[in-house]
Design a binder for this molecule. Structure first.
Ligand SMILES: [Zn+2]
Length: 302
């Protein structure tokens, strides 16, 4: 009898908490989550970004940036980059802007999917040196391309396997510096040009994350890609396109349905910044971001 009373009491408490929307029962992803996202932009390369430029980006409304790197051609060059990296981190601290990510360069001879072991090893060595700059720059993410292009169809499977081996090594190198390696979805014949190929890579490699470049998807819509790949997407490249090839236009100038893109990101509980990699001035990007947010919140409110 006593047990029944206790069980009844628990039942009443359970429903009272449930109906009051108690945080014991989290509501799940909400459209208003977009209000908590940071906003960022790609902002030039290491060695060419001045403190003044960082201050201007901060003033325009950006929280964080992605930087690019030039190739490392010699030991002296590497030493110079270390000095530039120290200076950049100092400028970032002074101006209050975060260096969220570093984009690893890509090219014919810096391709982690090369089949020739000696050439691939050379590429891996250079990329590893670049990753070691994280000691000074301290980014959260590194963005890498799975291959250069074109990738001939008859080489694709072999190149894919070589790429997996490389990514497995580089994920570990990045982890040494507390950075996460993200593989970017790419257009045309590049490796990683569909959600299926990206899923194949992340399922094969522990700790590998994804950079979703919404203007690189030529075989599916960005929202389809985001829905399929899900939470491993931890950073973005935001721009618009015509669906035919990458264009890097300012959002709103192409065919992307931004309400659907924002909704799919909310649904995977995306936590990273809304990172522009597009044409347009700092002011235009911030204005566009505010408009995309407002339009999306209005659309889900109807
Ligand atoms: Zn990109």
């Amino acid at each position: 009898m006593k047990m029944k009373k206790i069980a009844g009491l628990f039942f009443v408490i359970f429903w009272a908490l449930y109906l009051s929307g108690c945080s014991m029962f989290p509501a799940g992803p909400q459209p208003s989550d977009v209000n908590h996202w940071q906003v960022g932009t790609s902002a030039g390369r290491l060695g060419r970004l001045t403190e003044n430029q960082l201050a201007q980006l901060k003033q325009a409304g950006f929280d964080c940036i992605e930087i690019g790197l030039d190739r490392i051609r010699s030991a002296d060059d590497f030493a110079a980059k270390i000095e530039q990296a120290r200076q950049l981190q100092q400028s970032a601290q002074i101006t209050g802007i975060k260096i969220w990510s570093i984009h690893i360069p890509y090219g014919r001879d810096i391709d982690i999917s090369l089949c020739d072991p000696a050439n691939r090893e050379k590429a891996l060595e250079e990329v590893s040196r670049m990753i070691s700059l994280c000691e000074y720059i301290k980014p959260e993410k590194l963005v890498i391309h799975a291959s250069f292009e074109p990738v001939p169809e008859n080489e694709r499977a072999q190149r894919f396997e070589a790429c997996k081996e490389s990514l497995a090594v580089l994920v570990k190198t990045a982890a040494v510096y507390n950075a996460r390696l993200t593989v970017e979805c790419l257009p045309r014949t590049c490796l990683g040009n569909t959600s299926s190929e990206i899923l194949d890579l992340i399922n094969a490699i522990d700790g590998l994350e994804v950079c979703c470049d919404v203007n690189h998807l030529l075989q599916e819509t960005p929202q389809e890609f985001i829905k399929r790949v899900g939470s491993p997407i931890t950073t973005l490249h935001i721009s618009d396109y015509d669906g035919v090839d990458e264009r890097h236009w300012l959002p709103g100038q192409g065919i992307i349905n931004w309400n659907n893109v924002l909704d799919s990101l909310v649904n995977i509980e995306y936590q990273g910044p809304f990172m522009f990699e597009s044409a347009g001035t700092a002011r235009e990007k911030i204005e566009v971001w505010n408009k995309l947010k407002t339009d999306y919140l209005l659309s889900v409110d109807k």
